[in-house]
Design a protein around this ligand. Structure first.
Ligand SMILES: C[S@@+](CC[C@H](N)C(=O)[O-])C[C@H]1O[C@@H](n2cnc3c(N)ncnc32)[C@H](O)[C@@H]1O
Length: 228
């Protein structure tokens, strides 16, 4: 079997080591030695878009937030799904991940950063949400392994009460909040309802082919107008 080759290294703001590795044509991003993203499984990263952009795809010029970039599969799916006049803001915390997407990771998802509809925001998606009241028709979050398994400890704030209020405020009426997760989380689903979202939990395949593991997509829909 081919050995894993180290292509790049960085440190998260928490001080955890992050690495980009390759074995043959398979790529992996690791944080603290654990898989964060593999190029072999991106079915659920694409499902985040299919499910989260069901409404945005019917609009003439929606604004959608994708956080984070990873290997660009979610961003590619958003570009394929959304119309020509869409604006897709992609928030990525790690400058190294952006650099890797301009380098060896670029071809994996067809260089999505080159599309003029993409506005790249290098920094914390939480800070971007806080600074963006009423900006988005959909918020698609895949920055962690789920609402209680974090890449960075500070990401915990995204899914708590204050984080959900912040995301709600960043959405337009009728907007959709969608979060990728490795597993179910009943407490998070209840919290979404508590903050005025119509919450649905979707189970999707991790790979595009049949079989294999399943992941979870949480969605929270806001009413279009008062009383909906
Ligand atoms: C699992 S990967 C995303 C995979 C991506 N959906 C794809 O299709 O390849 C998570 C990404 O979120 C980024 N990230 C983690 N915390 C973040 C934050 N607070 N703000 C922005 N990006 C963040 C990580 O650096 C990493 O690139």
């Amino acid at each position: 079997m081919l050995p894993w080759e180290l292509l790049g290294e960085a440190r998260t703001p928490d001080g955890a080591p992050m690495a980009l590795t390759r074995r043959g044509n398979e790529y992996m991003i690791l944080v603290d030695g654990k898989d964060l993203m593999s190029s072999r499984m991106f079915g659920s990263e694409e499902a985040l878009v299919t499910i989260g952009c069901e409404r945005a795809r019917t609009m003439a010029a929606p604004t959608v937030l994708v956080g984070g970039l990873g290997m660009g599969f979610t961003l590619r799916a958003a570009l394929r799904t959304l119309p020509a006049e869409a604006r897709i803001v992609c928030a990525e915390l790690m400058p190294a991940v952006v650099e890797w997407n301009h380098g060896p990771l670029g071809p994996l998802a067809g260089h999505p950063l080159r599309d003029p509809r993409v506005e790249l925001a290098v920094g914390d998606v939480g800070a971007l949400l806080r600074a963006s009241p009423g900006r988005f028709d959909a918020i698609l979050l895949d920055v962690d392994n789920g609402p209680s398994a974090f890449t960075l400890q500070s990401n915990a704030g995204l899914y708590g009460n204050a984080g959900l209020e912040m995301s709600r405020a960043a959405l337009r009426p009728g907007g959709v909040y969608a979060v990728w997760s490795a597993s179910d989380d009943r407490k998070f689903e209840h919290r979404l309802r508590h903050h005025g979202f119509r919450a649905v939990t979707h189970h999707v395949r991790a790979r595009l082919s049949k079989g294999g593991p399943r992941h979870t997509i949480f969605t929270g829909l806001l009413p279009v107008a008062h009383g909906d």
